[in-house]
Design a protein around this ligand. Structure first.
Ligand code: HEC
Length: 146
């Protein structure tokens, strides 16, 4: 259920997720996956601002951001497939590739969570969808990101 708590939890989770700055990676594979994550993070930041009521609720805009997150989530398997983990700026743990199937499951979870937001039509629905999205980020980052 949508509660004020859900929103606050989501804001906390996302606050950590999006605070990572774009780093100066050199490896093109690492750059590409960081760029996709950065796009996702940027959309989440804008959605969080809307959840908090700092910007007016706009269903069409929110749906577009969720749609972009779903599209980026669909690219995760391809973007992470090359096991590029020598770049010092990489924050991906080697477990990504040793537990590849589980990583893919978590990427699919992100896509599903984003798709669930692609039809939000009220602030309440937005808050609920953001809760699910936050869980999806956390489920992967807590295991596979340094
Ligand atoms: C399937 C796993 C997975 C999911 C789901 C996931 N991430 Fe990530 N994310 C990663 C990994 C792994 C990295 C580290 C990549 C690297 O440094 O090479 C990362 C890095 C990031 C970064 C830092 C990018 C940079 O420039 O270093 C941000 C921001 C980010 N994720 C945001 C999010 C948000 C927001 C969500 C949820 C909406 C999310 N991620 C969902 C795996 C995931």
């Amino acid at each position: 259920m949508f509660t004020r708590n859900t929103v606050l939890t989501a804001a906390l989770v996302f606050g950590t997720a999006v605070s990572a700055a774009f780093a100066a990676a050199q490896d093109p594979d690492v750059i590409a996956r960081k760029e996709a994550m950065g796009l996702i993070g940027g959309d989440v930041k804008k959605l969080t601002t809307m959840v908090k009521g700092e910007t007016a609720f706009d269903a069409v805009q929110a749906q577009a951001w969720f749609g972009e997150i779903a599209a980026q989530a669909a690219r995760v398997p391809v973007l992470f497939e090359p096991k590029s983990n020598r770049d010092p700026e990489s924050k991906a743990k080697d477990d990504v590739w040793t537990n590849w199937d589980d990583f893919l499951t978590k990427a699919a979870g992100l896509k599903l969570a984003a798709e669930a937001g692609a039809s939000v039509d009220s602030p309440e629905a937005l808050g609920a969808a953001m809760g699910g999205l936050g869980e999806a980020c956390k489920a992967c980052h807590s295991v596979y990101k340094e």
